[in-house]
Structure formats: structure tokens, C-alpha cells
Ligand binder design. Structure first.
Ligand SMILES: Nc1ncnc2c1ncn2[C@@H]1O[C@H](COP(=O)(O)OP(=O)(O)OP(=O)(O)O)[C@@H](O)[C@H]1O
Ligand SMILES: [Mg+2]
Length: 297
């Protein structure tokens, strides 16, 4: 298969050199479903925007994306329409709380990583516009070890794995980190423990997981933090609002705000994972795209 980078080198994109701080691209993933990925992305996004960051959220949970429902938004179009050539990225982006901008899930697209080279280029050209319009791109991936999720995770600069304290969630997080390490060469992920009863419980989950990933996978897990179980979060979900916006003093909101500050201070990524251009290049050059078969077991 012809690689996207080969085409790009010979194309108009070859001269596109971002001369400013690169955008930060963070993929949020989990082994087990229902551990809070979508809420984490939405609330971190809003908290970052409240701190003055220009935030784009990409709902990459193909088929089951529900970021829009969570935030009470009604998208009319999705990436699918961009791929069909009917719409541009500007047409499909919707505005959310605190000015975050959301790229709606591309329902109807089986896997972005299996697009044709023409579709990739078209999407690439559109998405590249984000580079100068955003400080953060947060990606809500679909649950589990699908080729699509692995591709998004490994194409991003940072992978945040969300886990809850349940043993099944911890086991599934380990399985996901194993695949990211063995099949994609990722040797560092960040861990966010959600729905813990106490901060100590959250940290204990991190210790347990990091011990085994270090020992058996040689993967280092950095502790991003712990969000406690908070009744106000589902209460906000019920009203289709972000908890950081609706209940800013809630214990979960305060932690999202603290995490947003922390994330803003992460060291800037170096080339080549430093721009949207390289993100898409990496995304489309995963083994799955090249071989046309799933790379994850
Ligand atoms: N810190 C929390 N405290 C209490 N409830 C929470 C917390 N985080 C998430 N939830 C609840 O857990 C449920 C699942 O959350 P969410 O949809 O964000 O998970 P997900 O990982 O995106 O799920 P999926 O795998 O379906 O994409 C929601 O009902 C949400 O209200
Ligand atoms: Mg979700």
C-alpha cells in the first residue's frame, strides 16, 4: 500500500511547517467499557477551555460515539460527510461548553484506518487546519483493544488509559497496555483512575498496575491522577451537561480542573509526534492500514 507520507512529500503539504508551539494530542482509551472515558474527555476538555486553551475534541468512538449526547448537542454532520466530499471540517464542527469544539463521531465509517489514500489525503488536508486553530486535541476512543483504538492511541502524543478500581477493569487495562506495548512499541502510558472511593484507593490501583506492567511488559505507567466516585457527575450527565460546568465545586470537577492545569504543563512534544499532520500520518501508517488486517488480537 502506498504510504501517506510518500504522497505528502510530493504534495502541497510538503511545505507546511508549523512555526509555533505544536498542538498537544491526547488519546483517551480503556480496556473495559463504561469506566468514564467520554466523561473524562468532555470534562478535561471543558476544564482546559475554561483555562484559556483552544480545545478540539474528536469523538473517535466510531458507531457508538456519544460525546454529543453527553453534552446535549445535536450534530447534523460527521466526518463521514467530509469523506464523501459534501462538507468541510468547518461545516461539521460543533461548539460545546466553554467554547470547546467537537468533531462528531464518523458513524458509518467502519474504520478510519482503512480509508483509501484519496480519502486519507482529503481528510488530512481538512484536519491539518486544526494545527493553527487549537492548542489541544483530545480523542475519545472506542472501548477495548480494537485496531482503530490502538491506531488512534499510538498516533497521539500521549495515551491516557482510564481504569476503574474493579479487578476486571484493571485486568482489561493491563491487556490493552500489553497490546500497545507488544504490537505498537508503546513503552509509556499515563493512567487515570476513575470512580475510586478515596485518593488512596486510586493510587493503589496505579501501584498494582504499574508493578506488573513494569515487570512483565517493561512499560512505564505514569500516574496522571484519580477522580473519585462522585454522585454529581451522573447528575450532570442526566442533564446532558459537563460536571465541571454545572457543578464546578463538585469533588470530581475540582480534580478535572487540577488535571487540566497539570496537563497544560506537560513538556511540549518534539517532532515527529508534534503536529496534527504527523498525527494523521502515523494514524494511517499503522500496520493495520498497511496490511488491511487487524493488528490487535
Ligand atoms: N467519577 C465518576 N463518578 C460517578 N459516576 C461516574 C464517574 N465517571 C463516570 N461515571 C458514570 O459512568 C458511566 C459511564 O461513563 P462514560 O460513558 O463516560 O464511560 P465510557 O468509558 O465512555 O463508556 P463506553 O465504554 O460506553 O464508551 C456514566 O453513567 C457516568 O455517569
Ligand atoms: Mg464513551
Amino acid at each position: 500500500m502506498k504510504h501517506l507520507s510518500t504522497v505528502l512529500e510530493r504534495s502541497e503539504f510538503a511545505d507546511a511547517s508549523p512555526a509555533r508551539d505544536p498542538i498537544r494530542i491526547i488519546a483517551v482509551a480503556s480496556g473495559k467499557g463504561g469506566v468514564g472515558k467520554t466523561n473524562v474527555v468532555a470534562n478535561l476538555g471543558v476544564a482546559l477551555a475554561q483555562q484559556g486553551k483552544r480545545v478540539f475534541v474528536f469523538d473517535a468512538d466510531l458507531g457508538l460515539g456519544n460525546m454529543d449526547i453527553l453534552l446535549g448537542l445535536v450534530p447534523r454532520y460527521s466526518l463521514h460527510d467530509v469523506l464523501k466530499g459534501h462538507k468541510t471540517i468547518d461545516d461539521i464542527v460543533i461548539s460545546g461548553p466553554a467554547g470547546i469544539r467537537i468533531l462528531p463521531a464518523a458513524s458509518g465509517v467502519a474504520a478510519l484506518t482503512t480509508l483509501t489514500i484519496e480519502q486519507q489525503l482529503q481528510l488530512h488536508g481538512e484536519i491539518e487546519k486544526l494545527d493553527s486553530h487549537a492548542d489541544m486535541l483530545l480523542i475519545d476512543t472506542s472501548t477495548g483493544i480494537s485496531p482503530n483504538t490502538c491506531s488512534f492511541a499510538t498516533a497521539a502524543q500521549e495515551i491516557v488509559v482510564v481504569v476503574s478500581p474493579e479487578p476486571t477493569s484493571i485486568a482489561d487495562a493491563y491487556a490493552m497496555i500489553k497490546v500497545l506495548s507488544n504490537d505498537y512499541g508503546e513503552k509509556r502510558v499515563r493512567l487515570l483512575v476513575n470512580m475510586a472511593r478515596t485518593a488512596l484507593d486510586a493510587h493503589a490501583v496505579y501501584r498494582k498496575l504499574s508493578l506488573v506492567t513494569q515487570k512483565f511488559l517493561n512499560v512505564s505507567v505514569d500516574y496522571l491522577g484519580g477522580i473519585l466516585y462522585d454522585d454529581l457527575l451522573p447528575a450532570a450527565v442526566h442533564r446532558q451537561r459537563a460536571v465541571v460546568e454545572m457543578y464546578p465545586r463538585a469533588v470530581s470537577s475540582q480534580e478535572f480542573t487540577r488535571l487540566a492545569t497539570q496537563i497544560s504543563q506537560w513538556p511540549r512534544p518534539d517532532h515527529p509526534k508534534g503536529s496534527v499532520q504527523f498525527f494523521w500520518q502515523r494514524l494511517f501508517e499503522q500496520p493495520v492500514a498497511a496490511a488491511g488486517v487487524p493488528a490487535c488480537p
